[in-house]
Design a protein around this ligand. Sequence first.
Ligand code: NAP
Length: 283
Amino acid sequence: MPQIIDGRAVAAYVKNKAKSEVEGLFKNDMPVCLVVILVGNDPASCVYVANKRKDCDELGIKSVEYALPESTTMEELLALIEKLNQDKEVNGILCQLPLPKHLDETKVLETISPLKDVDAFHPENVGKIMTGKYEFLPCTPAGIMEMLKYYNISAEGKSCVVIGRSNIVGKPMAMLMLHSNATVTICHSRTENLAEVCANADILISAVGKADFVTADMVKDGAVVIDVGMNRNKEGKLCGDVDYENVSAKASMITPVPGGVGPMTRAMLMCNTVTAAKKQYGI
Ligand code: NAP
C-alpha cells in the first residue's frame, strides 16, 4: 500500500506556523485582515466563503465579508474593490469565483491591488510566477508544493506530468515543478496518448475534474500521485480524479480526496494573507 499524503496534517502544520505569525503581528499592533467578496448565492461559493471565515477565526485573522446581490453591477463591484485597495486596515482581498455571468471576471481580478491579491490571480502576480520571483502563489499549487516539501519528495530531475492547464491550477503547478527542476509535461483535452504520457511520470498531478479519470494503467509503479480533482461520484460522495483503490496498488505515495489537496488550498490562503500583511507593514 502507498504512503498516504495527509493534507489535513500538513495543513494543520502550516496553519500553526501562520497562527504564530498572526499572533506576533497582533502583539505589535499589526492586525491581519482578509476581505472576501461574494456576489450572488451560489451554494458552493457560500460554503467556500464560510470555510474561509472559519480558518480566519482559527488563526486570529479578522475576516470581513461583503455579500453582494446577484444584480450587482460592474461599476459597483469595481468601486468596492478600489475602496478596499485604499483601505490600510485591509491586507487581503479575495473575490469568490465564479462571478455571475454579467460581470467581467478578468477585469475584476485585474482591479484587485497586486499587493492584496491573496489568490494570486492578478496578471502581475501571474507573471512573477514565470520568473520565479513571486510573493504570492495561487493557493492550490502552493499547497501541493508545501505537501511535497513536508514529505521530502524531491522533484529534481524527475518526470512530472500535470493533467490540466487551467490558470488557477495546471499552469502555475507546472511552472512550480519546473522551478523545482522537474522535467514537466502538461496534458490537456487535446493530448494524444494521454495514458502513455502519464505512465512515464514519477510525479503525476491530476487537475481535470472528472471522477475515476486517472486509472491504474496511467500510473507508473512507484509514482507519487497528487489528486487535485473535486468531484461527486455516482453516490454523490466527494471524490477526486483518481481511481483511488486501483491506483493505490501502484503508487508509492498518494493524496486522498477528501483530506489531500483541499485542506492545503485553504491553509495557503491564510499564509498568503499573512504574507500580504507583512508586506504592507514593511516586514
Ligand atoms: P478546469 O479549468 O475545468 O480545467 C480542467 C482541465 O482539465 C483543462 O485544462 C482541460 O483541458 C483538462 N481536461 C478535461 N478533460 C480532459 C481529458 N479528457 N483529457 C485530458 N485533460 C482534460 O478546472 P480547474 O479549475 O483546473 O480544476 C480542476 C479540478 O480540480 C476540478 O475538479 C476542481 O474542482 C478541482 N480543484 C480542486 C481544488 C482543491 O483545493 N482541491 C482547487 C481548485 C480546483 P482543456 O484545457 O483542453 O479544456
